[in-house]
Design a protein around this ligand. Structure first.
Ligand SMILES: Cc1cc2nc3c(=O)[nH]c(=O)nc-3n(C[C@H](O)[C@H](O)[C@H](O)COP(=O)(O)OP(=O)(O)OC[C@H]3O[C@@H](n4cnc5c(N)ncnc54)[C@H](O)[C@@H]3O)c2cc1C
Length: 420
């Protein structure tokens, strides 16, 4: 990749061969955090050398489009997917290259291409790998897709062009979006999810019923309250074995079952890990000059406590903050993240914690069409759902930040777009 910025210097041996490439800042991982971090560095330093080292085959791209706009928006094409990181920031982006070792004291990393790189500051942004389905032959079959990357999108798109019936496993936002996308392509789609009602883990019961009905009305077959415990993938198709004994048969299966954090590099380097790579409010790990951000980072949210967040707003905001701190800013990450999803023309956004088992206060302008749901834990608002209510995430954050016992009645009409 080309860079308008000065080339990093290399130490050279007597025979002239480079031994170590030196960059001011190295980012391990080539996802949305890497892009945001490179931009964050540039906010403070126009001249520093930056390397992004990624074992993906594609340069950093917008991941949410893989399950949404690329399927549903004809105006949105493949050209809109890359984030333009190298061009915009001058970072050197090395693809198909895995970082295999990190020596924090020496400020060095090794890659599987045989290179050693030194840095002043390093950001770990390795994200996660998708949880695989327990299907025999699944690792080798091209009919089984654990959905995460642009390559997975291209693969599923090719399958959808020929398959008559595709099973989707996982009722979270990725599984539900993919089920919506596939059925809208005319594919016979069955969605297997573990919650009793689709969405009941995050929505109050009546809203979950409405959410599930949207899928049924569009033609998606819902198989709820069941986990996939086994199955077989072969040349002719896929059989999924469900707990309780039933099976689902399809031409192919795609799953969205969450991720396993890729924390192995940090662990091997002796960096503290918990649910993810542990960082402080400035996104620093417990080793000098090593930071972490994004899906892989466990950080202290100032309102909601320590957590790891697998959402794009977090990737962008935390990535940017990490980049600024790599370049010496020493600022705390104080942004409470949100996530959004969109299916069948309904867009919802969530700030804080959505948990369908919590007490809720519902404030609908039009029942199930437009409104706000507040999630309460011990007399405090811990989450806000904005259902077809645009531009209100700052209002939701303000409600979350309030101290003291919540006045439930005062929540009605509190955020524009609810009954107000
Ligand atoms: C299909 C899909 C749809 C989504 N839709 C939404 C949405 O609608 N709303 C929302 O809020 N969030 C959404 N998300 C989540 C959001 O996209 C992620 O939270 C975000 O992209 C995570 O970014 P990241 O950079 O932390 O991790 P990742 O995107 O996982 O990037 C990690 C990168 O690190 C690389 N890597 C890892 N280890 C190494 C190593 N040792 N050496 C070299 N490279 C390495 C990987 O190849 C990858 O490039 C979606 C996610 C997916 C998969």
């Amino acid at each position: 990749m080309t860079s308008p910025h000065p080339d990093p210097h290399s130490d050279t041996r007597a025979d002239g061969a480079p031994t170590t490439s030196a960059y001011d800042h190295i980012i391990v991982g080539g996802g949305m955090v890497a892009d945001a971090a490179a931009r964050g560095i540039r906010e403070r330093d126009q001249d520093a050398s930056i390397a992004i080292i990624s074992d993906d085959i594609d340069e950093p791209y917008t991941r949410p489009a893989l399950s949404k706009k690329l399927w549903t928006d004809p105006e949105f094409t493949w050209d809109d997917v890359p984030l333009g990181t190298a061009e915009d920031t001058g970072a050197t982006v090395l693809l198909r290259t895995r970082v295999t070792a990190l020596r924090p004291e020496a400020h060095e990393i090794d890659t599987d291409a045989g290179g050693t790189f030194s840095y002043r500051t390093l950001l770990l942004a390795p994200g996660g790998r998708p949880v695989p389905l327990p299907v025999e032959g699944g690792g080798k079959s091209d009919r089984v897709v654990a959905f995460r990357t642009a390559e997975d999108y291209r693969h599923l798109r090719a399958l959808a062009a020929h398959a008559e019936r595709i099973a989707v496993v996982g009722g979270g936002y990725i599984g539900s979006e993919l089920a919506a996308a596939l059925v809208q392509q005319g594919v016979d789609t069955v969605l297997v999810h573990s919650t009793p009602t689709l969405g009941s883990d995050v929505f109050p019961a009546d809203l979950a019923e409405h959410f599930a009905a949207m899928f049924r009305e569009a033609g998606v077959e819902l198989v709820g309250g069941r986990e996939v415990v086994g199955g077989v993938a072969g040349d002719a198709g896929v059989r999924l074995d469900l707990e309780g004994g039933d099976t689902v048969v399809a031409d192919a299966v795609v799953s969205g079952l969450g991720i396993e954090v890729r924390s192995e590099l940090a662990e091997a380097a002796g960096i503290r890990t918990g649910d993810g790579i542990v960082v402080d409010a400035r996104l620093r790990t417990d080793r000098p000059d090593v930071y972490a951000a994004g899906d892989a980072a466990e950080y202290p949210d100032r309102i909601l406590g320590r957590r790891r967040v697998e959402h794009v707003d977090n990737a962008e905001q935390m990535g940017r903050q990490a980049g600024r701190n790599l370049a010496g800013a020493e600022e705390e990450y104080t942004h409470t993240p949100y996530y959004y999803s969109a299916v069948f023309g309904t867009r919802y956004e969530a700030v804080g914690t959505l948990d369908g088992s919590l007490e809720t206060v519902e404030d609908w302008a039009e029942p199930r069409e437009r409104g706000v749901v507040y999630y309460l834990d011990e007399d405090r608002v811990v989450g806000v759902l904005l259902w077809n209510v645009p531009d209100a995430t700052d209002d939701a954050r303000a409600v979350l930040a309030e101290e003291g016992t919540v006045d439930r009645a005062a929540l009605i009409g509190r955020i524009p777009g609810g009954s107000r």
